[in-house]
Design a protein around this ligand. Structure first.
Ligand code: ADP
Ligand code: ZN
Length: 517
């Protein structure tokens, strides 16, 4: 059968998507390739079609044991003889599948890397007539990737075992460094690289200051009462609280995380797919392999740890190509939390550095004052030809104002409080708040007490955050987040440096402006 016939017969499609056809031709001519396509781009077809055209067995290495079963069932439902082998199967089941491999009854075999690396298993695989090796989620080989899996670094043994068999590595997310790493680690330096555009113009990009998150989310959902979406949170507990909060506000919301038993999880998934639940509040455990095309929005309650994860998660919205929204909450505290998580993790120091560098790129996205899509695409080494017009920065460019006086007020209050106060207390001092904490520390006697009454709490929070971001003030994480002065601070205090800040706008105002646009 030709590849077009296979596509029609087994998948029911008439035409290939851009790149699919080229990739398949490359595989059929026995060349290695690396495929970079965003989630939902159609990567699977790239190895499943050749698997049906070629004579022999296609070996698929996939780290996502939970998804293997679904993928294999979907193939079987289309009449493709496929099976998976991983640690969840009994010995008898595994032997049965091995027999089918030997007789040539199977066309695709999905194997977890752990299984492949168990003693003797590779020897068994070597006896089979393997015509293609596919490495799914291949960014897992790279420590620079966002989802490094040590087992993946052993996969070079595959090319050694099957030197004349084409290998295709697939991933949805890989910057240039990761890409190079994949080719090196898999031992396919001459692989042809295919990169499909990562641009998803139907996704609107927006960032909101991380205050009153629940209230803002509620307003956001109220504006789209018929649309369903996903809210990503940092912790399990967080998902439960947010879902509960939304239910109290009358939203059909459910939480989802890996700590919930498998049956409840699949029930929640099902009701979401059937549109019975409007909002899923989840940890990143949710979404892999979920094929729901009409997710209309993805909200990040907290800052993701890196751009790859962020991109993958927002990519679950608007798979049908219809306009969809993304909203990221961002505050300085999120960065602090993420940094602490990295610090406390068991990672070796050099991996921590990588994680911190990645977090920094995420921060740049959240803080950018240029078109957000440009920032996102440039991360994936793509260049946008023009500003997108479909992000909050394009639709509502930041308005700057001369803010040296405000900055001086804040900085001198930091100085007078002996650099011992965190942001909340600093704002209380600036606004002359009459609370116990202030009195206990005698802050009401400071000369700067109440000099910033003209700004509301949120405005100060926003401006101080901007000052932190631009480096004219520091924060000591190990001293209860006390604010500290640095050389730049002193330049500002002495009037040697001017400060410009972006005018604060409450979310509702921003939103209204965007809707006009
Ligand atoms: P990925 O693995 O890149 O996330 P999938 O392979 O799961 O993406 O494909 C995403 C969706 O696109 C699936 O529903 C798939 O059936 C569909 N699809 C793939 N190729 C084509 C095609 N040539 N024409 C139409 N739909 C396609
Ligand atoms: Zn833009």
């Amino acid at each position: 059968m030709t590849k077009e016939q296979v596509l029609k017969k087994y998948f029911g499609y008439d035409t290939f998507r851009p790149l699919q056809s080229d990739i398949i031709d490359t595989i059929l001519s026995k060349q290695d390739c690396l495929v970079l396509m965003p989630t939902g781009g159609g990567k699977s077809v790239c190895f499943q079609v050749p698997a049906m055209v070629l004579d022999g067995l296609t070996l698929v290495i996939s780290p996502l044991i939970a998804l293997m079963k679904d993928q294999v069932q979907a193939l079987q439902a289309n009449g493709i003889p496929a099976a998976f082998i991983n640690s969840t199967l009994s010995g008898a089941e595994q032997r049965d599948i091995e027999t089918q491999c030997r007789t040539g009854a199977l066309k695709l075999l999905y194997v977890s890397p752990e299984k492949l690396l168990t003693p003797n298993y590779l020897d068994f695989v070597k006896t089979l007539n393997v015509c293609l090796v596919a490495i799914d989620e291949s960014h897992c080989v790279s420590t620079w990737g966002h989802d490094f899996r040590p087992e993946y670094t052993q996969l070079h043994i595959l090319k050694q075992a099957f030197p004349n068999t084409p290998m295709v590595a697939l991933t949805a997310t890989a910057d240039r460094v990761t890409r190079r790493d994949i080719l090196k680690q898999l031992g396919i330096p001459d692989a042809k690289v295919f990169i499909s555009s990562f641009d998803r113009p139907n996704l609107k990009l927006a960032v909101s200051p991380g205050r009153n998150r629940l209230k803002v989310i509620h307003q956001f959902i109220a504006q789209r009462p018929k649309d369903c979406g996903i809210i990503y949170c940092l912790s399990r507990k967080n998902t439960e609280e947010v879902a509960e909060g939304l239910r109290k506000l009358g939203v059909r919301a459910m939480h989802y995380h890996a700590g919930i038993d498998a049956q409840t999880r699949s029930e929640v998934q099902d009701s979401f797919i059937k549109d019975e639940i409007q909002v899923i509040v989840a940890t990143i455990a949710f979404g892999m392999g979920i094929d729901k095309s009409n997710v209309r929005f993805v909200v990040h309650y907290s800052l993701p740890s890196n751009v790859e994860s962020f991109y993958q998660e927002i990519g679950r919205a608007g798979r049908d190509g219809m306009p969809s929204d993304t909203l990221l909450f961002y505050s300085f505290a999120d960065i602090v939390t993420r940094k602490e998580m990295i610090d406390k993790s068991e990672l070796p120091p050099e991996m921590k550095e990588v994680q911190l560098a990645k977090l920094d790129r995420m921060k740049q996205y959240a803080e950018t004052e240029i078109c957000r899509r440009r920032v996102l695409l440039s991360y994936f080494n793509e260049e946008a030809q023009q500003d997108c017009g479909n992000c909050d920065v394009c639709q509502n460019p930041p308005v700057k104002f001369e803010a040296t006086i405000f900055a001086q007020k804040a900085l001198s209050a930091v100085a007078r409080a002996n650099e011992k106060v965190a942001m909340g207390m600093l704002i209380d001092i600036l606004r002359g708040a009459q609370n116990r904490n202030v009195f206990e520390h005698n802050y009401h006697t400071l000369k700067t007490f109440g000099v910033g009454k003209e700004l509301r709490y949120e405005e100060w929070a926003d401006y101080i955050t901007q000052m932190l971001n631009s480096g004219i003030i520091d924060i000591a994480y190990d001293e209860r987040h006390a604010l500290k002065l640095n050389a730049l601070s002193w330049q500002v205090l002495k009037g040697e440096r001017k400060v410009e800040l972006v005018k604060f706008e409450p979310y509702e105002v921003k939103k209204a402006k965007q809707e006009e646009a």
